[in-house]
Design a protein around this ligand. Sequence first.
Ligand code: ARG
Length: 310
Amino acid sequence: MNIHATLGQNSQPRFLMCPPRHFAVTYSINPWMDPKAWADSGAALHEEAGRQWTGLRRALAAAGAAVEMLEPAADLPDLVFTANGAVVLDRKAVLARFRHGERRDEEPLFAAAFAALQARGLFDEIVTLPEGTTLEGAGDCIFDARRGHFWMGCGFRSDAAAAAFIERRLGAPCVPLPLADPSFYHLDTAFCTLPCGSVIHYPDAFTPAALASIHERVAPEYRIALGRADAARFAANAVCVDRTIIMSRCSAVLRRALAERGYTVVTTPLEVFLRSGGSACCLTLRLDRRSNEIAAVADAPKTAAVGKVG
Ligand code: ARG
C-alpha cells in the first residue's frame, strides 16, 4: 500500500482519495449501476472519470485541503469511493466492513492504508468492527460537529447494531436513521451536515421514523430539504471545507439557500461517478475530523426555514 501526501501540512483539512485508474461499472449493487451501459461506452467514460476526479481533487486543493492518495487496485472498481473505508473521529478510525462480496476485498487495502497513516503519526488507534457487523464507513456514519454526535444510515448497507459500537469506541452518540429508498442507499447520498448546524437532506430518502428523528434534533431554520431534482444529481453528496461546499451540480435555489448561510458552492462535474451511485462526498474521506471542531464557523443561519429547494 503506497500512501503519500501530495499536499499539505498538519493544520490543513485532510482527505483520503483514490485515483480512478481501475474505476468502472462491472457489477450492480445499487440501482444506479448498469454494467451493460458502461460496457457500451466504457473507454470514453473511463477517460472522463479521470478528468472529473482530477477536477474534484483540484477543487479540494483550491479550498485549502491536503489530499492523501490510496493506490488503486485492479478488480476493485469501487475503491475510488474512499468515504466507505472507515469512520474517523479524533485520530481514531473504525475500519469498514462491506455488505456485498463485490467490495469486501477493499477491506484489507483500507486496513493497510490506515496502518500506514498511523505509522506516520496521523492516527492513534485503528479499530476493527465485531465479526458479523457491517458498516460502510463515513458513507453511512456522518459526524455532526454542531450537535456532537454521529448520524448513521442503516437498512441497506450498514447494521443499526453498529451504532452502539461506534458510540463506545469513538466516544460520541450515534443516531440511527433507517433509509427508505434503494437509490439513496448510503446516508451521504441524501444527507450532509454543515459546520453552522444546517443539515442538507432529501426527506423522501428516510423512513417516517428517521425523518422524525431529524426533525426532533434539527430546528426548522437549520433544515435544507432537497427536492427530487437536486437529490437525483446527488447535491447532498457534498464536501464542505470551511465555508466552501463542493458538489457535482446544484440548483440556483440550493445555491442561494447555502449562500444565505455564508457558504460558497463550487461545482465540479462528477456525472461519471453517478453511474456507480457516487459523487463528491463518496470520493473523499475526511481524515482529521475532530469532535471539538465547531469553533469559529458555528453561527446560526440567517434565514428562516425554506421549503423544498431544487
Ligand atoms: N458503487 C458503490 C457502491 O455501491 C458506490 C459507493 C458510493 N459511496 C458512498 N459513500 N455513497 O458501494
